[in-house]
Design a protein around this ligand. Sequence first.
Ligand code: UP6
Length: 249
Amino acid sequence: EKHLTYEQKLEKTNNSFAKKILEIAIEKKSNLIASADVLTTKELLDFAEKVGPNIVALKTHIDIITDFDFDETILPLKELSKNYNFLLMEDRKFADIGNTQELQFANGIYKISFWADLVTSQVIGGETSLDCFLNVGVIAILGMSSKGTLTNSDYRENALKIALSHPNVIGGVSQNKIPEDLLLFTPGVNLENSGDGKGQQYNTPEYVFKNLQTDFIIVGRGIYKAENIEKASLDYKIAGWNSYLTGNK
Ligand code: UP6
């Protein structure tokens, strides 16, 4: 089944962050987001350096970095993102009232609003709770990949309504198809494993492009645990791009 190409999606969107990620995808022939679930600044920067050429975005959980320091961690990361042309996506999964999310977004030691291009947010706090995310592309959590998640079809349908109606939202994280007005980001992607024994459920890149018509794959352990990180990122980049091309034939 044919779906819109990145070029067609680029033409349709007015959101500058959706535009940016689509432009990078087209330019780098990549739909790969590497999840940098590492614990130190050095590991984070080394990882970004290795995967940088192959990715459209680097996804962080910045609050797991044990030696976080804004100048030492974020400034060089920002530099790498410029040099290698990828976006920074903070997977914060905000899940509170608007006022609290606003405080969490700009303050504390992480000051996410100062550096993130994209942030993930739950929509459990309702539509207005997303108003605070200015100057960033919001990716709404619609459905989760973990076993036993509460994001059943009823939840997903209502979450989708919020995502579709909020101008800050450029896409959703889901394990199900969503309308093509939103970009679809799919984690739980691995070429080798089917799970991690801790509830994670994996699919292959081929599966998520064919069956979910996803736009971007998010890969964590498939890359950062690999013996050769550069090679693994290239393998996933190629697998993702070929699956996208096949899905559009
Ligand atoms: N993630 C999921 N599933 C979701 C939402 N987010 O796995 O539904 C995130 C995790 C992790 C990454 O927080 O950072 O995507 C997946 O990592 P993995 O490939 O090592 O399992």
